[in-house]
Design a protein around this ligand. Structure first.
Ligand code: NAP
Length: 284
């Protein structure tokens, strides 16, 4: 029977550490600011942005929200990003994705100054992650690494399987596991024998975006199962990619949804914003 990896409790610990450091910086006259930009009326994006603002309050950062209408042009958004790049009060800039279709996401990501890119999506930061010499890690994979660390399972030499190869989750996830000396396999929609590959994983990370995608036949007895997915089930309830109830007996450790990876993503965003402030002030 699996032990539940409590992302809520672990994220609270990370945020408390961030708060402690932020308070010390404040005592030296250094205020930390995060700009959060939302374009349009996507309800899921609104929830994420609200959660990020709440987390800023918890750790003692100032959050600056910019809510732009759905019809915002790419140039208008780029103008705002440039303004925030130049704003000394802003240590981190987060543009909530997805953006409306008239806006090229890549152009916007590339416009954020790498030192304020607290999502770590800018190609310069992606390159640093690849090399293993970084200030920021992308929030979701970094959060997953913290969750794995909390289990006490050492990644070194383990068979790690990541399902999903997106730029924001799957690929950096695989890279972070590799940096910890895992033997990493990345699976995707063209992968053959997916269930068999997964069933050999000591550490299985699902980032697919499909409810109940991971079934017990894909889980090795005692494996660490991390569920990044955020989906709605047939009753409209939030659920992950893993068939949690069915896999619970077989896994060694498992993350719930909600209460697993999601809170960690936000905690790591706070950590990255703190890092940005420390780097800017020559403290790192
Ligand atoms: P994405 O860009 O849609 O990528 C999904 C990946 O899953 C793709 O690489 C795709 O393969 C793969 N895939 C799809 N169907 C598959 C199949 N039948 N077999 C094997 N692989 C398959 O999604 P994402 O942005 O990485 O996000 C993944 C999930 O994580 C979503 O549910 C998202 O909401 C969630 N998420 C959660 C957090 C959090 O904080 N908890 C953060 C980010 C994302 P191809 O590349 O071949 O198409």
């Amino acid at each position: 029977m699996a032990q539940i990896i409590d992302g809520k409790a672990i994220s609270a610990k990370v945020k408390a550490q961030v708060r402690e450091e932020a308070d010390k910086l404040k005592a030296r006259g250094i205020e930390i600011g995060l700009a959060v930009v939302i374009v349009g009326n996507n309800p899921a994006s609104r929830v994420y942005v609200n959660n990020k603002k709440k987390a800023c309050e918890e750790v003692g950062f100032t959050s600056y929200e910019y809510a732009l209408p759905e019809e915002t042009t790419e140039q208008e958004l780029l103008d705002l990003v440039n303004k925030l790049n130049a704003d000394d009060k802003v240590n981190g800039i987060l543009v909530q994705l997805p953006l409306p279709k008239q806006i090229n996401e890549t152009a916007v990501i590339n416009a954020i100054l790498p030192e304020k890119d607290v999502d770590a999506f800018h190609p310069e930061n992606v390159g640093h992650i690849m090399i293993g010499d970084f200030n920021f890690l992308p929030c979701t994979p970094a959060g997953v690494m913290e969750l794995i660390a909390e289990t006490g399972v050492d990644v070194c030499g383990k068979n790690c399987v990541v399902i999903g190869r997106s730029n924001i989750v799957g690929k950096p996830m695989a890279m972070l596991l590799l940096h910890k000396n895992g033997t990493v396999t990345i699976c995707h929609s063209r992968t053959k024998n997916l269930a068999e590959i997964c069933s050999n994983a000591d550490i299985l990370v699902a980032a697919v975006g499909k409810a109940k995608f991971v079934t017990p036949d894909m889980v090795k007895e005692g494996a660490v199962v991390i569920d990044v997915g955020m989906n709605r089930n047939e009753n409209g309830k939030l659920c992950g990619d893993v068939d949690y109830d069915a896999c619970f007996e077989k896994a060694g450790y498992i993350t719930p949804v909600p209460g697993g990876v999601g809170p960690m993503t936000i905690a790591m965003l706070m950590k990255n914003t703190l890092t940005a402030a420390k780097v800017k002030n020559g403290l790192m």
